[in-house]
Structure formats: C-alpha cells, structure tokens
Design a protein around this ligand. Structure first.
Ligand code: B1M
Length: 211
C-alpha cells in the first residue's frame, strides 16, 4: 500500500498521531506537499464525506477524521509557504454565520499565507457585520467568505449588503467559496470573485490586493 493511501485510510479512521507520523515520513521521502495534501489528506476526507452523506459514518467519526486532517495539514503549512515572499496585502477570512465547517477555510488561509498575504482569521459562525468591521478597522482589501452548507451560503449575500450599508462596497473586494458555492451564485449575490479551491483562492486574493 502506498504511503498516500495509508495517510488516507488512517485519516478516515481518525488516527491523528499515525497520520502525523505518515505525513512526516512522506515529506522525508520527498513526496511533494501538494501531493500529500491532495492524494493523502483530501482524498481521505472526500471518502469520509461520501460515507457521511450515505449515513455510513456519523458526526463523531467525521470530527475525529477532521482532527486527523488538521494534524497532517499543520505539518504541510511551512512547505506550502513560499520562502521569502513579501507580505503583499491584507485579507480577512471566516466561515459564515451558522456554519461551523472550517477545514476548507483553514486551507484557504494557509495557501494565502503561503503567498505572502497577511490573513486575519475570524473563525467560524461569523456575522456579516464582523467581516465589514474587521476590513474597516484592520485595513483589509479583501473579505473571504467560506460556506459548506446550502442553508448558510445565503449569508454571503448579507455580507455584500453589509458592505453596501457601511458605505465601503467600492473599497473592499468580496471573495466567496466552499463546496456548494458556484460562480453563478457569486454573480447572483453581487460578490466579486468565486474560486473553487484553496490555491486558486490564494492566487486571486493576491491579484485583488495588487489591483
Ligand atoms: Co458537515 N456537512 N455538517 N460536518 N461535512 C457537509 C458539508 C455535507 C455536504 C455532508 C453530506 O451530507 N454529504 C452536508 C451539507 C449538505 C448541504 O448543505 N447540502 C453537511 C451537513 C449536513 C452537516 C450538519 C448539518 C450535520 C448534522 O449535524 N446533522 C452539521 C452542520 C454543523 C454546522 O456547520 N452548523 C455538520 C457538521 C460537520 C462536522 C462538525 C462533523 C464536520 C466539520 C468539522 C470542521 O470543519 N472542523 C463536518 C464535515 C467534516 C463535513 C464533510 C464530511 C467534509 C467537509 C470538509 O472539510 N471537506 C462534508 C462533506 C463533503 O464535503 N464531502 C460535510 C474538506 C475541505 C478541504 O473541503 O471545505 O469544500 P471544503 O473546502 C475546499 C473548497 O470548497 C474550497 O477550498 C477547499 C480546498 O481547496 N473553499 C474555498 C472552501 N472555502 C473557500 C473559500 C474561498 C475559496 C475556496 O474563498 C473565500
């Protein structure tokens, strides 16, 4: 069995310590951080997601898998960070109100930091006004909203509205993403950019900060 398959399988069983060790071994073997992330950690999380959907596993199993995912991803962070890049802008990020999923948001944050952006992490369950207050007070050029639930993605529209109410809509760019979010949805709610994954999100955020 390949080490990446072992990472995926142990993540699915929630074996955080083993996942951590295997990720260290994979790094030592010279496997790229991107491959470890995509073919090991994210592959395992995807399988858990499918089982969750089919009621083959439940919230506790998903939670311990998520913990194992984070244990592995933390080790990859320095490798995904480009050495010597200068801070190229400031953004804030959070998962929208009512939504507690943070694995994708954390990955987006990690990739953005890797591109040299300063990232203020607002966590999960973030009120629309909180994004705006932070952007104003901290001088963020970009607001990044993540949502994983079809029932919470609508909050992104409230973030756009809150920026309008505060009179800063022309001063901040609003990026949206997360599994149920699409480009059509982004346009429909009047946000600025949708990106499907963490690395594209980081590239686009840098572009927006430089514009
Ligand atoms: Co939840 N959950 N969950 N869950 N969960 C989903 C999302 C679900 C699709 C599972 C399913 O039924 N198939 C489903 C949503 C269905 C829907 O809305 N249509 C669901 C549900 C229903 C729920 C609960 C309601 C379950 C319940 O309690 N009955 C509940 C809701 C709690 C709440 O938020 N209020 C719940 C709870 C949980 C856990 C707490 C157990 C756990 C979260 C742990 C945590 O995050 N700390 C959890 C998990 C882990 C999942 C699944 C299995 C995995 C999500 C994940 O982390 N994926 C998920 C099923 C699935 O997605 N297959 C599921 C890996 C992650 C890297 O991907 O977040 O998509 P993702 O991020 C990607 C991109 O989307 C993108 O970049 C990332 C990688 O490149 N991206 C952005 C993300 N944000 C971005 C922002 C950007 C740009 C790109 O710009 C700003």
């Amino acid at each position: 069995m390949s080490i990446l398959t072992e990472i995926s399988e142990n993540l699915q069983r929630g074996k955080a310590k083993i996942v951590k060790q295997l990720v260290e071994d994979a790094i030592a073997q010279g496997i790229s951080a991107k491959e470890i992330l995509e073919d090991g950690l994210l592959s395992g999380m995807g399988i858990i997601g499918e089982k969750f959907k089919n009621n083959e596993v439940y919230v506790p199993e998903v939670l311990i898998a998520a913990r194992a995912m984070n244990a592995g991803a933390t080790l990859l962070k320095p490798l995904l960070t480009e050495a010597g890049v200068e801070a190229s802008g400031k953004v804030c990020i959070g998962t929208v109100k009512g939504d507690l999923h943070d694995i994708g948001k954390n990955l987006v944050k990690m990739m953005m930091e890797g591109k040299g952006l300063e990232v203020i992490d607002l966590g999960t369950d973030v009120e629309p006004e909180k994004y705006i207050e932070t952007a104003i007070n901290e001088g963020c050029t970009v607001i990044c909203c993540s949502a994983l639930l079809t029932t919470t993605m609508g909050v992104m529209k409230d973030v756009v509205a809150a920026a309008e109410t505060a009179g800063v809509r022309d001063k901040v760019k609003i990026m949206v993403g997360g599994a149920p979010v699409t480009d059509a949805f982004c346009q429909q709610i009047g946000a600025d950019r949708y990106t499907p994954d963490a690395s594209t999100a980081a590239e686009v955020a840098v572009e927006l900060c430089r514009a």
